[in-house]
Design a protein around this ligand. Structure first.
Ligand SMILES: [Zn+2]
Ligand SMILES: [Zn+2]
Ligand SMILES: [Zn+2]
Length: 65
């Protein structure tokens, strides 16, 4: 079953945001290295985020064009 990007409706979303679970395509996913994310106990993993959650949970702002 294909995931549809929640941001741009691209039918090729391949990851989901690790906070809100929204599907994200390659243009909209933001990789953010998590050190102390409550959702994960592993030392350091890269999790995918939507731009919204990047700001909301990590205070990061990634400019996407
Ligand atoms: Zn997209
Ligand atoms: Zn999100
Ligand atoms: Zn996170």
């Amino acid at each position: 079953m294909a995931l549809i990007c929640a941001i741009c409706n691209n039918e090729k979303a391949d990851v989901v945001c690790h906070h809100c679970g929204k599907p994200l395509c390659k243009d909209d996913k933001c990789r953010f290295s998590v050190d102390k994310d409550e959702a994960f106990s592993d030392e350091s993993i890269s999790a995918f985020h939507c731009n919204e959650c990047l700001k909301k949970y990590h205070n990061q702002n990634q400019s996407l064009n």
